[in-house]
Design a binder for this molecule. Structure first.
Ligand code: ZN
Length: 264
């Protein structure tokens, strides 16, 4: 069964998780991966991606950590002159990098970076605590999937020995618009558009390491908690973002995540 979960800021300022179905949102008393149940409150006229006049969309997760996999698509590894690693190549983004749908991605000052790039990625949302999981346990621990933009200051990534600054700046993890459970992640079309032009277009079928392999591998070294977010790498076509760009990240079956790029 497909379930679609949004996190919304309501007109009275409350921030809630909600399940989307039949053109309305059913408010939950907590995130569903934390056992949240319907309160009985319904918000009318909310579409399947959480859009509606009665609410503002937020990033649909509050993870304790965001774990990312680098170079998980052969063609993307090749475009940056890298080989595909023998095991998943992991790095972290801090929760302070999260940004919701329609959010403003503020470019860092030029003294920090002059080359900020987009990477569209399928992201796993963990549904139950898991540690040193088998593949089967890993599959059972996945609640669902959302879209992440692994925004990267490419010049900083090349300059630093590791990727914390390059991938960890505020706003560098746009996420949403919703979390979808019951979705088969094996062969989903994945796209990144900038100002309406397709920059990245691929399929999750080209991933080297599958979601369950990634969850099992990460859980070997760190306990994954409900709501944790794991980004699974980007297809080829990464490129620069500049002030005024309108970024749209799309994955079939999940939806579209629109972001505005601004420089101050
Ligand atoms: Zn990435």
């Amino acid at each position: 069964m497909i379930r679609r979960i949004a996190r919304l800021e309501l007109s009275d300022g409350r921030r809630v998780y909600a399940e989307l179905a039949g053109g309305q949102a059913s408010v939950l008393d907590a995130a569903p991966w934390l056992g949240g149940l319907p309160t009985g409150e319904q918000i009318p006229a909310i579409d399947a991606e959480g859009r509606g006049a009665g609410a503002q969309r937020l990033a649909p997760v509050e993870p304790t950590k965001i774990v990312c996999v680098g170079r998980n698509y052969r063609a993307h590894a090749a475009e940056l002159g890298n080989a595909v690693p023998a095991e998943p190549l992991l790095f972290l983004k801090p929760p302070s990098s999260l940004l919701g749908p329609e959010g403003e991605l503020e470019l860092p000052p030029r003294r920090l970076s002059s080359q900020v790039e987009h990477e569209v990625e399928l992201a796993i949302v963990i549904g139950s605590r898991v540690h040193r999981a088998t593949a089967e346990q890993a599959r059972a621990a996945i609640f669902g999937y959302t879209i992440v933009a692994d925004i990267t200051a490419r010049d900083v990534q090349h300059q630093d020995k590791q990727w914390t600054r390059a991938k960890g700046m505020d706003g560098f993890c746009p996420t949403g618009p919703v979390v979808v459970s019951g979705l088969d992640p094996a062969n989903l079309a994945i796209r990144c558009l900038v100002n309406g032009q397709v920059r990245q277009s691929g399929t999750t079928g080209d991933m080297v390491f599958t979601p369950e392999v990634i969850v099992a591998y990460v859980s070997d070294t760190m306990t994954l908690e409900p709501g944790d977010l794991l980004a699974t790498g980007t297809p080829e076509g990464v490129g620069p973002l500049v002030h005024g760009d309108k970024l749209v990240l799309e994955i079939d079956g999940i939806g579209a995540l629109p972001i505005r790029v601004v420089a101050r």
